[in-house]
Design a protein around this ligand. Structure first.
Ligand code: SF4
Length: 292
């Protein structure tokens, strides 16, 4: 009996290793192909560009926080996110030290596809006609469930995706507001009234418990609070309660909210362990006291 069990386990492990090896082989090929096409630079043909765009991964989420939405992700391994994570090593108040995407360790396939997305979308400025071929974007779509925009080309491509998928409501989450703004300006959006009607701009506050300074194009600022006391206070002061809910439960606010003159506040509860929470709460209290 025990011998049978052992041989079943060995067979399962071998099958799993084979599946992983195939997956890695396919991803290696995809990355090599994308790099070869990108290296052609100006010599890239229309066919090369179409092939690159076909490699961009649009994920559909049939479970989890953004169930019912698709997403086009960057990658927490990008330069911007890595820089923020490095900064968080010496400052536990920087939210990137508690990055969900990084800590959850996206399954390797998803993580590598996200990295490819960021590489392609930040290297080639696609035309609207080309971007209109991204056919698997659904009625609700999030930009960057993982990662952030990494440069102005990346931001412009996302704006053009919005322009070519007018029946989709997009929620665009970012900390890198500088490149989002450069992208907006380059695409001719220079006032709040001109902003795309089907994209909501959600500015993630980099500091835990402290809402960020807003920009002219923010529809919301999304701040993570470290404990019950601080999040209760934020909600009492009018912040919309995200607080670990699924987007479906809150009516997909970040995708379809009415655009007001000023951004709304959204409050989320920090997911972390007890020890880290205590350190962060102490640091936040000290930081607030130093500002009085
Ligand atoms: S506020 Fe609502 S839509 Fe936005 S992230 Fe939270 S649950 Fe999702």
């Amino acid at each position: 009996m025990k011998q049978n069990q052992n041989s079943n386990d060995a067979a399962r492990i071998a099958a799993n290793e084979k599946r992983l090896a195939t997956m890695r082989h396919n991803l290696d090929n995809l990355e090599t192909e994308a790099e070869a096409l990108l290296n052609k630079g100006d010599a890239m043909t229309a066919g090369d560009r179409a092939r690159l765009l076909s490699i961009v991964n649009v994920a559909y989420h049939d479970s989890g926080k953004i169930e019912g939405c698709s997403s086009i992700d960057g990658c927490a391994a990008c330069d911007f996110c890595q820089h923020m994570m490095q900064a968080a090593e010496s400052n536990p108040l920087i939210i990137c030290g508690a990055c969900y995407a990084w800590r959850d360790q996206w399954k390797e396939a998803a993580w590598r596809r996200h990295k490819l997305n960021a590489r392609i979308l930040s290297s080639v400025l696609f035309t609207e006609k080309e971007l209109s071929t991204l056919s698997t974007i659904t009625a609700l779509c999030r930009f960057n469930e993982d990662g952030d925009v990494v440069n102005v080309i990346h931001a412009r491509n996302l704006l053009r995706i919005g322009k070519t998928h007018l029946i989709t409501s997009f929620g665009w989450f970012y900390k890198n507001n500088i490149d989002v703004e450069k992208g907006l300006n380059a695409e001719g959006y220079t006032t709040r009234a001109m902003l795309p009607k089907n994209i909501r701009f959600i500015h993630s506050s980099p500091i835990i418990g402290i809402p960020c300074k807003t920009t002219w194009f923010d529809d919301a600022r999304f701040t993570v609070y470290p404990d019950t006391e601080t999040i209760t206070e934020a909600i009492a002061n009018g912040a919309h309660e995200c607080n670990g809910r699924r987007c479906r439960e809150c009516g997909y606010t970040c995708y379809v909210m009415t655009r007001h003159e000023y951004p709304v506040d959204i409050a989320e509860y920090l997911r972390t362990d007890k020890k880290s929470r205590a350190i962060i709460c102490d640091r936040l209290s000290a930081f607030k006291a130093s500002r009085v």
